[in-house]
Design a protein around this ligand. Structure first.
Ligand code: ADP
Ligand code: MG
Ligand code: ZN
Length: 605
């Protein structure tokens, strides 16, 4: 905001200077070119003051004196100049020494003259327009709301963001739309007794559009939208962060219904008790203040707290408890279709030739929305450097490399081969999981890169399930190893993605034996200790340890065998799913079920 004022000041002084200049310039002109009557003009010729005349368009006469003064006059275009001069009785000796020029067809001059005369006006207009725009912009961007730095988005600003400017993320948009609905008509929901979420957390990798989406919500909801960012608190004096949080919540409560957006929540919400002493003290206070404020909401408070974070894993669990951020909206990296749409959005106001955006989308798996926006900009820069008038395909493809090498990227895109492997890997998980009877159903398969793993197959998390029978456990193990098995079956080779699964499977096998006592050889003995404790102290003898290791190996081998059997039996389905994955990158539950076209658990191995 300070910047805006500064700009305004600079612009106003510029305007003032220009006005002065213009005034001076026209004054000069008036002094130089004097309009006089034809008779005065003729008398000046007679007195030999004017020695040069120029006739323009048969009616305008410009006379120049020896000392470069200029006089202007006009005559009837039908009367000849010589006749006028003669009629006035100018001596022929004078006429002979007079230099006469004629300029005809000077429509160009006329236009130039008009432009020249209008120039000051245009300039003034332009400057005012700039000032106007600047002030508009000042209002459009976030502006500081209170002295402690809470900002508010103006939902009516000309450069506002709406859901239309956010490509993909359909589910997230839909969920947020519900919240918008509530804010627009809270009574309707309260009357019927609907429970409205207090806090909604946007979770997703950097650059997936969390901040963008939050801004869009503010425009859609058309309610006040207050904004603070966790990253602003980090380097503050102790107490400032929590004071600001208190301030933000009290402003929000006074302005309800409204949204309070806390961006980059992970900067404050890191689990307490971790980190360097002192540095986290401030964070802890700020975090506690947020918890206190969220708990302090009375029933029926029409304030929705929207949070955003890249790292839900480091968030203090207290933040995620019911009555706080109890609803999570996950923003995934864009799939191939969304990538194409994002490219379209970011090329909208650039000059482009006919482009094949699908090809660009195909080559950018793992790119976030921010990466793609960056890509479009890089392409424009490349095109300009080559003195092109339009961005062409060539520049877009070149820009992919640039973005890949750029320092900003946090995710990594992979090659065609890697994509193929990822597809078969994930399809393997899904197929095994689908055909075995004792596993949870597949919700979604994706091969868009995400951190360390090449993709993921979404199922109900293991920790949330209760295993009553060993066979349930073994089926689940087989589906965990389904990716590994598929890679082995199709490529006869194992990648890092698969070895990660192997670790998980080993862990699970350990639990199976030690915690649930499901090993045949070891018997139904429960070595009830948490995992951590097990690693710290060895409660059992060397011999038992060896047996445990052997049993783990047995279980893994059994499960892997099972997975391989399923995949061999259903290789056609595996191929089918993998091929669709390569093309679409994401398969939702319904589509998956249509692809396999056989009921869940129909293979009982
Ligand atoms: P995050 O807050 O998740 O880190 P941002 O919302 O700041 O990401 O996104 C950064 C930029 O990337 C946005 O300003 C926008 O230009 C672009 N972007 C990200 N996601 C999308 C999307 N889904 N559609 C259009 N543009 C996007
Ligand atoms: Mg952000
Ligand atoms: Zn896997």
């Amino acid at each position: 905001m300070k910047n805006n004022y500064k700009n305004l000041l600079i612009l106003s002084s510029l305007a003032l200077i220009s006005l002065l200049l213009i005034w001076g310039y026209s004054y000069n002109n008036i002094a130089k070119e004097t309009n006089i009557s034809l008779y005065e003009f003729l008398s000046k010729i007679e007195n030999k003051e004017i020695t040069k005349i120029t006739l323009i368009n048969k009616s305008n006469i410009i006379g120049e004196t020896k000392n470069n003064r200029i006089f202007k006059t006009t005559k009837d275009p039908d009367e000849s100049l010589t006749k006028i001069l003669k009629d006035y009785g100018i001596a022929s000796s004078t006429l002979l020494s007079l230099e006469i020029k004629q300029e005809t067809g000077s429509s160009r001059d006329l236009i130039l003259q008009i432009i020249f005369n209008l120039l000051p006006l245009i300039l003034i207009f332009w400057i005012f327009w700039q000032i106007f725009r600047q002030t508009q912009k000042g209002a459009s961007q976030i502006f500081t709301f209170s002295k402690s730095g809470i900002k508010v988005y103006n939902p009516n600003s000309p450069d506002k963001v709406t859901f239309k400017d956010v490509a993909g993320l359909e589910e997230a948009k839909q969920e947020l739309m519900e919240i918008v609905e509530f804010l627009k008509n809270p009574e309707k929901f309260i009357k019927i007794g609907a429970k409205i979420p207090k806090g909604v957390l946007l979770v997703g990798p950097p650059g997936t559009g969390k901040t963008l989406l939050a801004r869009a919500v503010s425009a859609e909801a058309n309610v006040p939208f207050f904004y603070i960012s966790g990253s602003e608190f980090v380097e503050m004096f102790v107490g400032v962060g929590s004071a600001r949080v208190r301030d933000a919540f009290s402003i929000a409560k006074k302005n309800q219904p409204c949204i309070l957006f806390i961006d980059e929540l992970d900067a404050i919400g890191k689990a307490r008790g971790v980190g360097i002493a002192g540095a986290h003290e401030e964070r802890e206070q700020t975090l506690n203040q947020i918890l206190v404020e969220m708990d302090g909401f009375e029933k029926g408070t029409k304030v929705i707290i929207l949070g955003a974070t890249n790292r839900p894993d480091v968030l203090d669990p207290a933040l995620l408890r019911p009555g706080r951020f109890d609803r999570k909206i996950v923003l995934d990296l864009p799939d191939i279709k969304a990538r194409e749409e994002i490219l379209k959005i970011h090329l909208k106001d650039k000059k482009i030739a006919k482009l094949n955006l699908k090809q660009v989308a195909e080559r950018t798996p793992g790119f976030s929305g921010a990466d793609l926006a960056n890509l479009c900009n890089e392409a424009a820069i490349l095109a300009a450097r080559k003195n092109k008038l339009f961005i062409e395909q060539e520049e877009l493809l070149e820009a992919i490399e640039k973005v890949l090498l750029g320092p900003e990227r946090k995710t990594k895109a992979y090659s065609k081969k890697e994509k193929q492997i990822a597809a078969y890997h994930e399809a393997g998980h899904a197929i095994v999981s689908h055909y075995l009877p004792h596993t949870s159903p597949v919700q979604k398969i994706s091969i868009i890169t995400r951190g360390r793993a090449g993709g993921y197959t979404l199922k109900t998390p293991i920790e949330e399930r209760n295993f009553y029978f060993k066979k349930e456990f073994l089926d689940e193990m087989a589906s965990i190893l389904g990716g590994y098995a598929s890679e082995k079956l199709i490529f006869n080779d194992i990648t890092t993605g698969a070895s990660n699964d192997l670790e998980i499977a080993t862990d699970l096998a350990k639990q199976l034996i030690l915690k649930f006592g499901m090993s045949e050889k070891l018997g139904p003995v429960s070595f009830t200790k948490t995992q951590k404790e097990l690693f710290l102290e060895k409660e059992y003898s060397e011999k038992t340890a060896e047996l445990i290791d052997e049993e783990i190996k047995n279980i893994i081998n059994q499960s892997l065998e099972k997975a391989l059997q399923v995949l061999e039996a259903k290789k056609d389905k595996l191929e089918k799913v993998a091929k669709v994955l390569i093309k679409k990158e994401v398969i939702e539950k319904k589509q998956f079920e249509r692809l396999v076209a056989e009921p869940k658990g129909s293979l009982n191995i």
